[in-house]
Design a protein around this ligand. Structure first.
Ligand code: B3K
Ligand code: ZN
Length: 863
């Protein structure tokens, strides 16, 4: 496998101005004809014309001609990865025909079939599995596409842009021709052919143009489409209002398919979606699913400007579109839902997955320096930390300054393929800033740590001392300081807001933004309060680990009264984290007492929103506790986690019972709190409360309640729980997405026998290793949702994961590699577990025909 480096970037010597494609779809294969108008890149100043080297993979080349003359075998060379044409001129037309086998393509990359439909996935480098091409994002070309297929089997033949003509052919076949007026990179190409139901609507843009909206789903699923369509309309409106961005084609299509490697894909004018992010109604989808649909629909729509109109020069710049688009979808969700709740959910992802990635063998900056397989870099770092970096810009510039930067970015770069540097420059220039230091967020991997101390100097004068550092990451031994915005407020010992004044100002304020630019810095403030409790890094104003030596009672005070909702939640998390990660083998009585009292007080707070209550009493995720540690005694952690959960369940059993019975609202926040209460009651005493859960499952009129009940039942020790698992199965066995939930609910039971059960589920008739949603529903749900049993000291969990990776390596390398990353925290564990995992990693590495995808992850992990 070869490593590609960012520093080696060179512009292409050739451009492809026009791309004409013809697809002839057949039952056993597809013929792809392409006509490419190629010319020398004007930016290329050399006068030597190098051979033209096109990318291609798993293609059977049938014909090659240049300017109408068929080439003989010695005029070109086709290898496993390339087609090289030796003598070319500055401007010429290349015609190719290749034969491919979509029906046999299980990698779900390139052109493949899913449930009897043809569909495509080209990002990052999948177009080369369709035909030979300059398959790199800065090659932007105007596409015309003709699709031919059997009319009865594929009445719909879709591609990007606008339909031009259609007609019938002989033998029951027909064709449709499409034209996309916006030059685009090959990764945004899409084709869909099939027989689908369609929900249509329309949107009138701010300049009064009418856009047709079409949502295509499998037959019989129209009753699960309305919410996705409404989300699309909301997104279109929001982007106009917040960023002045209007949709540009007359047609916007979304197609939902069951077999898809990720959430969705933003192909120009023709998004292809995982059904999980389209299909939703109250009966089949949980409140969390609805949020997911709204978020992903918005994300893909927002890509039309941040990704498609302005795209990436090369794949090292991926965060240019992904970090920015995640930030935009987050802002959208904050406007549509509760801002504090959204922020908490966003930060949970950073802490549980991104911090782990940043401290493991795959650590990379949001703009990576190298990769073997690009698909391995669609990571929480590039996406979510990338969004945090954009958010810091927003925090530093304010709403208006940020908008001015965005406007300048679009004004300068519409229609171009650009770099992260271009984005930063637009932000700087629109706001007269010099952000030399800020760029370290793009260059350096690793999670910075900010240590803060508060010193009272007497006479109402206080000093906050800040020190930042960042641990070494692979290939980056030492780090330069980061620019870190830290939002700060204070409360006093009674829990009231403590106003203060900065020493260089006369204004009294309740909150300030301190921007760190050096390793060590001090902020002096004045306040009339004798005791100050700092509330630091409010709203998680930077993706760092903040360390302040709070004692238990300070945290309890913040948890009870911090006016910043995010920090109030966070104080509870810190309190629990401190207790769970200290060196004691068990949690002490006084610590348990503090937590119980804090929870009781918070649950009784009538001002507080139910979802914030629910979030506040959920224990920190085990993955985030591992992610933040350098070394971890997992046995101790698992035990204390169990102990704490049980204690909170039991000591507040009456409170949970009364919350369960009196929280009567019909909002997602009400359901959330009620179901958290049910969960704690079942943990406290599942025998006594089993009936309650069973009744809830049977009577529920919505999937949120039905599934929550099923989960607590599946986790219980009751003998007849299988009756309810079967009842759910009988009711939902024909709804694929609900079956995924049914699988997941059964793998989180913290019991030794679970591995056997997971293996049984892998052989269930509704399971398919070829369907990524199913793999995620069983395997990912198990290894990330049941860490105590995944890390079972016998090593059985590790073996199960390795077996699955090896099976998938031959079928779907992207999914196999994603699973391989789940071993990445192994060096934090004890010697015995390390040895067990190492054995599995070596077993995987020795597999014949190991894909580049898996090789890269396993190799880095072993080093
Ligand atoms: N851009 C796609 C992700 C492509 C992943 C390629 N392995 C979806 C998104 O981020 O919107
Ligand atoms: Zn995206």
């Amino acid at each position: 496998p070869t490593v590609k480096y960012r520093k080696d970037y060179r512009p292409s010597q050739y451009l492809i101005k026009h791309t004409d494609l013809k697809f002839q779809l057949f039952d056993s294969h597809t013929l792809v004809n392409s006509e490419l108008k190629i010319e020398k890149n004007p930016l290329d100043k050399s006068d030597v014309l190098e051979p033209l080297v096109l990318d291609g993979l798993e293609l059977e080349l049938q014909q090659v001609s240049v300017d109408g003359n068929e080439l003989s075998k010695d005029e070109y060379e086709a290898t496993d990865n390339h087609l090289t044409i030796n003598n070319v001129s500055e401007k010429f037309t290349l015609n190719l025909q290749v034969k491919i086998y979509p029906q046999k393509n299980k990698s779900l990359e390139g052109l493949y079939t899913s449930g009897g439909k043809f569909c495509t996935q080209c990002e990052a480098e999948g177009f080369r599995k369709i035909t030979y091409y300059l398959d790199r994002p800065e090659i932007m070309s105007e596409f015309k596409v003709r699709i031919e297929g059997d009319k009865a089997a594929y009445p719909l033949l879709l591609s990007n842009g606008n339909p031009l003509t259609r007609g019938d052919m002989s033998d029951g076949r027909h064709f449709v021709e499409w034209h996309d007026p916006f030059p685009k990179p090959s990764y945004l190409f899409a084709l869909v052919a099939g027989d689908l139901d369609c929900l249509t609507d329309s949107f009138t843009t701010m300049s009064g143009r009418e856009v047709k909206l079409e949502l295509y789903v499998d037959k019989g699923k129209l009753d699960q489409c309305r919410f996705a369509m409404d989300s699309l309309i909301e997104s279109m409106r929001w982007d106009e209002e917040k960023f002045g961005r209007e949709y540009d084609l007359d047609l916007y299509m979304i197609v939902a398919v069951s077999d898809f490697n990720m959430g969705a894909m933003e192909n120009k004018g023709l998004n292809v979606f995982n059904t999980k992010y389209v299909l939703a109604n109250k009966k089949t989808a949980t409140d969390a699913d609805f949020e997911g649909v709204e978020r992903v629909i918005a994300h893909e729509y927002f890509h039309n400007w941040t990704g498609n109109r302005v795209t990436c020069r090369d794949w090292f710049q991926l965060s240019l579109k992904e970090g920015l688009t995640v930030f935009r979808d987050q802002k959208f969700s904050e406007d549509m839902q509760s801002k504090a709740v959204q922020r908490i959910d966003q930060v949970k992802i950073i802490r549980s997955s991104q911090f782990a990635e940043d401290s493991g063998p795959m650590a990379h900056s949001i703009r990576p320096d190298s990769y073997i397989e690009m698909n391995n870099f669609y990571t929480v770092t590039v996406y979510n930390k990338g969004a945090e970096v954009i958010r810091m810009m927003h925090t530093l510039l304010g709403e208006q300054g940020f908008r001015a930067g965005m406007d300048l970015y679009f004004e300068r770069h519409d229609g171009q393929a650009v770099t992260c540097e271009d984005f930063i420059c637009a932000m700087e220039d629109a706001n007269q800033k010099d952000w030399a230091l800020f760029r370290n967020w793009y260059r350096q991997a690793g999670t910075p740590e900010v240590k803060v101390q508060l010193e009272s100097l007497g006479n109402g004068k206080f000093e906050l001392q800040f020190a930042q550092s960042c641990p070494a990451t692979p290939g980056q031994e030492t780090k330069k300081p980061f620019m870190i915005p830290v939002k700060i407020g204070f409360i006093n010992a009674q829990g009231d807001v403590a106003k203060f004044r900065l020493s260089d100002s006369d204004d009294v304020c309740g909150e300030t933004l301190f921007v760190m630019t050096e390793e060590n810095q001090t902020l002096t403030i004045h306040s009339d309060n004798e005791v100050l409790i700092p509330s630091l890094l409010r709203d998680f104003s930077a993706p760092v680990k903040l360390k302040f030596e709070y004692d238990q009672s300070q945290l309890a005070t913040l948890f009870a009264s911090d006016p910043n909702s995010f920090n109030r939640w966070d104080a509870g998390q810190s309190l629990m984290t401190k207790i769970l990660l200290n060196n004691e083998d068990e949690i002490s009585e006084p610590d348990l007492e503090i937590l119980k009292n804090s929870f009781a007080q918070l649950l009784g707070d009538e001002q507080l929103d139910n979802s914030l209550k629910a979030l506040a009493v959920i224990l920190p995720e085990i993955s985030s506790l591992i992610g933040r540690s350098e070394k971890i005694n997992v046995d101790r952690l698992f035990n204390k986690h169990r102990q704490l959960k049980k204690h909170i369940g039991q000591s507040l059993e009456h409170t949970w019972f009364s919350i369960y019975n009196t929280t009567s609202g019909d909002q997602p926040s009400d359901r959330k709190l009620r179901n958290v209460a049910l969960d704690y009651m079942m943990v406290a005493n599942d025998e006594q409360h089993f009936e309650l859960a069973a009744t809830q499952q049977t009577r529920a009129d919505n999937m949120t309640d039905e599934l929550s009940a099923l989960q607590t039942i599946a986790n219980s020790t009751e003998g007849y729980k299988s009756d309810y698992i079967n009842q759910f199965y009988q009711k939902w066995k024909d709804e694929e997405l609900v079956m995924d939930k049914w699988f997941s609910a059964q793998v989180i039971n913290d019991d030794e026998s679970i591995i056997e059960h997971v293996n049984a589920l892998l052989n269930h008739e509704k399971f398919s290793i070829e369907n990524p949603n199913k793999v995620r529903a069983v395997i990912t749900a198990f290894i990330s949702g049941n860490l105590p049993q995944f890390h079972n000291a016998t090593g059985a969990g590790y073996e199960l994961l390795a077996d699955t990776i090896i099976r998938l390596n031959a079928i779907n390398p992207q999914i196999a590699a994603g699973l391989s990353k789940q071993f990445n925290q192994w060096k934090k564990l004890d010697g015995k577990r390390q040895a067990l995992i190492k054995e599995q990693l070596e077993r995987i590495k020795a597999v014949d025909n190991l894909s580049n995808d898996v090789y890269e992850v396993v190799e880095k992990s072993l080093n």
